[in-house]
Design a protein around this ligand. Structure first.
Ligand code: 5GP
Ligand code: MN
Length: 331
C-alpha cells in the first residue's frame, strides 16, 4: 500500500498550502486541484492555487474555480507546503511557476503518470490509479474517512475525464465504486457533469475538427492513423491550438488502428504531439524518446521541427515500436 502517512502528517503540521498543476489543465488537473483545495480549506488551512493557464470554460461549473490565480499573483508569496498535482515533471507547471512558486518547507508531488518524476520531498506516485483525482480521493479517505459534497463533484469530474467517461483501460471495478460513492455524496447528476465538460463546444471547435479530420492518413497496414492541425487552420477558423484537444481520440476509433497521432503546428516553430494507443505499444515510451511523457495509452511531447517533419519521424518511430511489440507478443 502506498505511504500516505508522510503526506498526511504535513496536513497536521503546517498551515499554509499552495497547489498547482500542469499547463493546459484538463479535467483531472483542475478536478484534483479543487478537490484538495476544498478539503484543505475545510480542515482550516490557508490554501492558494496558482496555475500557468486559465481555467478552461467547461470547468467553470466546478465549485471554487474562481480562486485559481495566475503566475503573476505569486509575487513574493511562499507557502509552507507546495503540492503539485498530475504534472509528471515539475517544469510542467510552467517554466516561470516552477521557479517562483517555492515552498518554505516541503514540496509534494501527487501523480499517476507512468513517466512521473519523483521531484518532491514527498512523492505520492501511483501509476495504477486511474487519475490523480483517485489518489486525492484515497488520501482524503485515509485522513478522515469522509468526502465533502463540493469535493466529491471535483473528484468525480477528474475521474470521469481521465477514464474517458469510464471507457479506457484504466477503468476498474474500484473506479466505478469510487464514482458511485462520489455521486451519492456529491448529490450531482452525472449527465449534467458530462454536459458541462463535453457539450459546451464553440462552433469553431467543430469546424476545426472537420478541417483536421480532412488531413487523415492511415498507414498501409492500417495500424497507425495520423492527422495534423496548422496555424493556417487556426487563423482561418479563429481558434487557438488548444482547440485540438480531444481530436486524437476520434481517429483512435478507426477499426484496426493501434496508434493514433495528432500533431499541431505551434507559433514558436515547434510541434505539439498527442499520442494514443489501443494495442501493445506503450506511447509514454515513444513520447519519452522526444523528451515527453504520459501514460502507456495516452502521451504527448513537443518536437522542435516543422509539423510534417515531426509527423514523419513519429510515424516511423511508432512503426518501430509496433514491430517490437508484435515480436514480443508472438514470442
Ligand atoms: P494530451 O494528448 O491529451 O495532450 O496528453 C496525453 C497525456 O500525455 C497526458 O497525460 C499528458 O500529461 C501527457 N503529455 C502531453 N504532452 C506532454 C509533454 O509535452 N510532456 C510530458 N511529460 N507529458 C505530456
Ligand atoms: Mn491525470
Amino acid at each position: 500500500m502506498p505511504n500516505y502517512s508522510a503526506l498526511l502528517s504535513l496536513f497536521d503540521r503546517y498551515h499554509s498550502f499552495a497547489l498547482s498543476t500542469h499547463i493546459n489543465p484538463d479535467g483531472d488537473a483542475i478536478g484534483s486541484e479543487l478537490a484538495l483545495y476544498t478539503f484543505l480549506t475545510e480542515i482550516g488551512k490557508s490554501v492558494k492555487v496558482f496555475n500557468t493557464d486559465a481555467v478552461p470554460k467547461n470547468y467553470k461549473f466546478l465549485p471554487c474555480w474562481e480562486i485559481i490565480e495566475g503566475v503573476k499573483a505569486v509575487d513574493t508569496y511562499r507557502p509552507e507546503v507546495l503540492v503539485v498535482l498530475d504534472a509528471s515533471a515539475l517544469e510542467r507547471i510552467g517554466k516561470t511557476l516552477s521557479k517562483t512558486l517555492l515552498p518554505i518547507h516541503k514540496l509534494v508531488n501527487i501523480d499517476h503518470h507512468a513517466t512521473a518524476e519523483a521531484f518532491g520531498d514527498i512523492n505520492l506516485i501511483m501509476p495504477s490509479a486511474s487519475s490523480t483525482s483517485e489518489i486525492v480521493y484515497k488520501l482524503i479517505k485515509h485522513y478522515q474517512g469522509a468526502i465533502g459534497k463540493a469535493c466529491a463533484l471535483c473528484l468525480y469530474t477528474g475521474l470521469m475525464f481521465d477514464t474517458g467517461c469510464f471507457r479506457y483501460s484504466n477503468t476498474t471495478a474500484e473506479t466505478h465504486r469510487i464514482a458511485a460513492e462520489l455521486i451519492e455524496v456529491g448529490e450531482f447528476a452525472p449527465d449534467e457533469v458530462y454536459q458541462n465538460v463535453y457539450e459546451q463546444l464553440p462552433v469553431a471547435k467543430l469546424r476545426l475538427l472537420s478541417e483536421v479530420l480532412g488531413t487523415l492518413q492511415v498507414t498501409h497496414d492500417r495500424k497507425i492513423a495520423s492527422v495534423y492541425a496548422t496555424q493556417e487552420m487556426f487563423r482561418k477558423i479563429g481558434t487557438k491550438a488548444d482547440a485540438v484537444e480531444g481530436i486524437v481520440n476520434q481517429i483512435q476509433s478507426i477499426a484496426g488502428v493501434e496508434v493514433a497521432i495528432c500533431v499541431s503546428e505551434m507559433t514558436d516553430r515547434s510541434t505539439k504531439v498527442s499520442l494514443r494507443s489501443r494495442g501493445h505499444v506503450d506511447v509514454s515510451k515513444l513520447a519519452a524518446e522526444f523528451k515527453g511523457g504520459g501514460h502507456a495509452r495516452a502521451a504527448g511531447c513537443r518536437i522542435v521541427a516543422p509539423y510534417l517533419t515531426a509527423l514523419t519521424t513519429l510515424v516511423q518511430t511508432a512503426q518501430r515500436y509496433m514491430d517490437q511489440s508484435s515480436s514480443e507478443y508472438t514470442d
